[in-house]
Design a protein around this ligand. Structure first.
Ligand SMILES: [Zn+2]
Length: 497
């Protein structure tokens, strides 16, 4: 199918800067065939989209998201990561979901994702049970139905919880530890075989939905597991999602567990490499940044999540200046409570300004747009295919209507896209050449039916959340004590310097 998008403002990167030029765009099947200043005759096309007064931008890439927490969206506030994680699912027994539950949850997530102009996600999933191919296949089926480009990982933690947070091991009694070990992971070899099986099954050439890898974090996984995932990533050219130095507690964790920063420890264990997405990197030191730079690893900034969990502000300006690729994400559905990338765009362009008075080096709208598009594609190892509007690239395109209060007066489209827009001006969304949102309506599935089904499943899930609250209450005081003790360790260290 050939489609003409006529008379819009095409987004272009000149070096790293964004700009818009008036023009027309031709899609041939799944790729961008031509960009032109003159409008070709309409009768030679199967479809013509009038983009008068519209911006034509590369689809936004949400480079870090966990859609699995959609059942608990909006439930929490004023909890740091270590306490929040405790409450997101039943601590000892785990969440119980059917394949149909995870299907509707994934499809429900697509409503906000697609309608706010995101064309690709790197979704790090804790689906339950973790190693069920049926559950995984239903998530992939949902994204295929929606038409969403998605890299989907299975989040793996193969150490018991009391070995992942300082002081928990000594605070927990044997009875609690035994109950936790009941849900122990299989040996590393079996986990890696399972993941490679998924990769072989789903990652066919030009797949729109792919399996990628996710050792949850360096303190949560064994070294053989992380090395095995690194080897798989290099063999199949895939990104690896791992949470690194996200919180104050994790900053101290490296010192308390290994006597050094987690990034230094990863470097010594050969666990920093180009395909790694060291998600967050909030508490990296100057030395850590140099190690990241030398290794070629990347990171993803999640400003809303970092603010809501009180994690801190990532040094995005310093990371970008050192040439480290920084993508942009929304993170978990229940720790930023939004899958709308326009929130991340605006927050990322605002937050860095309070880091330094050196305003000539502030991060702003230009950098935010690049993080949410081209850099996101680099995070997915797909910068040759998506992330910019160029001939030969896959047609992942968003059309934004500027005839509204957010874009009038039209003073500066780049700034207004980041500081004024909130996702409501997204009119059409095209992914891999397929129209998925047209005139603000999802056309790949019935939105109203999905919402009704989601509400029905939610009624059942509320019982799971009651159980989660009950099980978390058994260990809440231990987690709180471990949390404050670890924070005090950091305070003590900095006051004694
Ligand atoms: Zn995350």
């Amino acid at each position: 199918m050939r489609c003409l998008i006529k008379n819009g403002y095409l987004h272009q990167f000149n070096a790293t800067k964004s700009s818009f030029i008036r023009g027309n765009l031709i899609i041939n099947d799944d790729y961008i065939e031509e960009l032109s200043g003159w409008c070709p005759p309409e009768q030679s096309f199967d479809k013509v989209i009038d983009a008068t007064d519209c911006l034509i931008i590369p689809g936004l890439i949400n480079a870090h998201i966990h859609t699995h927490c959609h059942f608990v969206k909006g439930l929490f506030d004023n909890l740091p990561l270590e306490m929040w994680m405790l409450y997101t699912k039943p601590y000892f027994t785990g969440r119980v979901e059917t394949p149909d539950d995870v299907y509707i949850k994934a499809l429900f997530s697509c409503i906000e994702i697609l309608k706010t102009g995101t064309t690709m996600i790197i979704d790090d999933l804790v689906h339950c049970p973790t190693f069920s191919p049926q559950h995984y296949s239903m998530i992939m089926k949902a994204y295929k139905k929606a038409g969403l480009r998605a890299d989907v990982s299975v989040n793996i933690i193969n150490k018991p919880a009391y070995e992942t947070i300082p002081y928990l091991d000594e605070l927990m009694n044997d009875n609690l530890k035994t109950r936790l070990r009941a849900g122990a992971m299989p040996p590393e070899r079996e986990i890696l075989q399972y993941l490679e099986g998924l990769i072989r099954q789903y990652n066919v050439p030009d797949a729109v939905q792919r399996c990628v890898l996710a050792p949850s974090g360096p303190q949560r996984c064994t070294v053989p597991l992380m090395k095995g995932m690194r080897d798989l990533a290099e063999k199949y050219h895939l990104p690896v999602v791992s949470h690194v130095l996200e919180t104050r507690v994790q900053k101290e964790t490296g010192q308390l567990f290994f006597g050094k920063s987690l990034v230094e420890w990863m470097n010594e264990n050969d666990l920093l490499y180009p395909n790694l997405l060291a998600i967050h990197s909030v508490w990296v030191t100057d030395e850590d940044i140099q190690l990241m730079k030398q290794s070629g690893c990347k990171t993803v900034h999640n400003p809303a999540s970092n603010l809501k969990l009180g994690s801190g502000i990532a040094p995005v300006g310093r990371l970008l200046r050192e040439g480290i690729t920084v993508g942009l994400g929304t993170d978990n559905t229940s720790c930023s409570d939004s899958l709308n990338m326009f929130e991340s765009l605006k927050l990322s362009a605002l937050l860095q300004k309070i880091q330094t008075p050196d305003y000539e080096n502030w991060i702003g709208a230009q950098e935010a747009i690049r993080m949410a598009t081209y850099n996101g594609a680099e995070c997915a190892c797909m910068q040759n295919k998506i992330g910019s509007i160029q001939v030969g690239q896959k047609a992942d395109i968003v059309i934004i209507d500027t005839n509204n209060e957010r874009f009038l007066p039209a003073n500066n489209y780049v700034n207004q896209l980041v500081f004024c827009e909130n996702g409501q001006s997204v009119r059409d969304v095209i992914i891999n050449g397929r129209i998925v949102v047209e005139n603000k309506k999802i056309v790949t599935f019935n939105e109203a039916e999905v919402i009704e089904e989601f509400k029905r499943v939610m009624n059942r899930m509320k019982k799971q959340q009651e159980l989660a609250g009950k099980e978390a209450a058994e260990v809440d005081n231990l987690y709180r004590e471990a949390y404050y003790k670890t924070i005090r360790h950091g305070d003590h260290k900095s006051s004694s310097v």
